[in-house]
Ligand binder design. Structure first.
Ligand SMILES: C[S@@+](CC[C@H](N)C(=O)[O-])C[C@H]1O[C@@H](n2cnc3c(N)ncnc32)[C@H](O)[C@@H]1O
Length: 495
């Protein structure tokens, strides 16, 4: 099951006492499980479950749920009861729109492996009857026709490219001959490929708000098309998500490297085409945008604080931190020291960032310090950032993270990051622009959901900031991502 960015916890938070793991319902159960939670007979949205408890959402706060209160609890999945008994309120966590109430079971336990097995059995029953016909019947015909067109496109060019690759190889073609062939095919197929994807996006837009149809259309696409794309390195990594979540550092490296990768000319061509998706190309242009902002902020700090100062920068969800190595290679040296704090929940991503940045810093002899933190933003909100004093960072940026975080959480995170920003400093937060006329590709071919935001919705992410904060929303040059730029005012100087 795909993990949400909010569930990625970094290296901390593990304890030596065994506590049954809590799992988000959507990570544990199929889309069809339809959990129904009844507390004292009234229904509440289930949030997460563990073997000895669960939590649910309620619009009401702690007053309605005193700690220790005993409640009657019934949980149904697939409209069948899986638990019925008493529980006690163990904790109430306030949120922006109500509270999350955690309860401990007082009788028995939730046998999660068994619950999952039953869920799988239900799936099997449905797959046998109504089966394939049942799935197809739920998908609009015009969408199926578009998928068939895309299927034909893939298979036509697989056949053609395989044939000519074999022919060229038999004639003794070199690697560079085959790359020239791949380049030619890439140039010819790129535009018609994306035309089809834009058309598929228009079809999908017709049913995005109808949950049943959307689920059926996604499953239909994953049945018919996705298996044919799994020898294309980008598609394979994006869809299979070997790290458990979308957009891991390897996908970002593919985007930045823009090379032909794959075992066949077909795979190379479609891998390379995938890198031209507006959102993928936009990752590169937003990286250059950040390099530019970093340059401006560095100049500002040098002008304000003089040549022996520290320029302090923090990146949250840094991934491979390509903008840092690019910045060092571009600027090479400067007066004083630049201190980058790179934060990511993923240790492997930090390893990649460390290596490439250290290499560039070493090659240029740049006066720089690199601190890497294996932290989740959830821990940051709750516990602050180790090593960082409030108001210590001159430039804070974040790309590829807010597109996965719901509004209220995102607003809280921006507020927490703002506290770390030095007076006069800049914070820049990226988010994919909505509507995106090619969102079908990640959503349906990659099962990769993002939150696309309009200019106003991006501006709204700064809603918890003080009035004194200067806010503007700008699009990066690729026009795929907005940035919310937040300037913290210098305090008024006394006379
Ligand atoms: C799409 S990548 C973007 C990487 C980088 N900012 C870039 O633009 O190249 C998202 C990154 O956020 C990290 N991430 C996801 N959830 C996180 C969390 N809860 N806390 C910190 N980092 C997180 C992932 O590990 C991943 O490296």
């Amino acid at each position: 099951m795909v993990k949400t960015y909010e569930a990625l916890m970094g290296s901390l938070g593990r304890s030596m006492f065994y506590r049954p793991e809590r799992q988000r319902v959507r990570e544990l159960l199929s889309r069809d499980a339809r959990p129904k939670l009844l507390i004292n007979g009234a229904e509440y949205p289930l949030f997460d479950v563990s073997m000895n408890g669960l939590s649910f959402l309620t619009p009401n706060g702690a007053r309605d749920w005193p700690i220790g209160t005993t409640i009657d609890l019934e949980l149904l999945l697939h409209e069948e009861p899986v638990y019925s008994g008493t529980a006690h309120v163990a904790r109430v966590e306030p949120g922006p729109r109500g509270s999350r109430v955690g309860v401990g079971l007082m009788t028995g336990f939730l046998d999660l492996p068994e619950i999952r097995r039953r869920d799988d059995q239900k799936l099997l029953e449905e797959q046998m009857d109504p089966g394939a016909a049942g799935q197809m019947a739920k998908v609009p015909q015009s969408y199926r026709e578009k998928v068939t067109e895309i299927l034909h496109f893939f298979q036509f060019y697989r056949r053609a490219l395989d044939y000519h690759e074999r022919r060229f190889r038999a004639e003794g073609a070199t690697d560079s001959d085959l790359t020239a062939f791949a380049q030619r095919a890439y140039e010819a197929l790129r535009e018609p490929y994306y035309q089809l994807h834009r058309e598929a996006t228009s079809e999908a837009l017709k049913f995005m708000s109808q949950r049943e149809v959307l689920i059926a259309a996604k499953e239909y696409t994953e049945t018919v098309l996705v298996p044919l794309t799994l020898d294309i390195p980008l598609n394979k990594r994006a869809y299979l998500k070997p790290m458990g979540y979308p957009g891991d550092y390897q996908v970002m490296l593919y985007y930045y490297n823009k090379s032909f990768e794959g075992d066949s000319v077909f795979a190379k061509v479609f891998h390379r085409i995938g890198l031209e998706h507006p959102l993928a190309h936009g990752v590169c242009t937003r990286k250059d945008f950040i390099v530019q902002l970093m340059e401006g902020e560095h100049d500002r700090v040098l002008a304000e604080r003089g040549g022996s100062c520290e320029f302090r920068v923090a990146s949250l969800g840094c991934g491979p931190a390509r903008e840092v190595s690019d910045y060092v290679s571009k600027r090479q040296t400067w007066p004083g020291t630049a201190v980058w704090t790179l934060i990511d929940q993923e240790e492997e991503a930090l390893g990649v960032a460390f290596r490439s940045c250290k290499r560039e810093i070493g090659d240029c002899g740049a006066p720089a310090q690199l601190d890497l933190l294996n932290l989740s933003f959830v821990q940051m909100i709750n516990e602050g950032v180790p090593l960082h004093d409030p108001e210590s960072q001159d430039f804070i940026y974040c790309t590829g993270l807010f597109d996965y975080i719901k509004e209220s959480r995102a607003q809280g995170l921006i507020r927490a990051l703002y506290d770390l920003l030095a007076p006069g400093g800049l914070m820049s937060v990226g988010n994919a622009i909505g509507p995106q006329d090619c969102f079908w590709t990640p959503e349906f071919l990659g099962d990769w959901s993002m939150i696309y935001r309009t200019r106003d919705q991006v501006l709204q992410l700064g809603a918890l900031l003080p009035d004194s904060a200067g806010l503007e929303v700008v699009a990066e040059p690729g026009n795929a991502y907005y940035f919310l730029n937040i300037r913290k005012k210098e305090p008024a100087r006394g006379v």
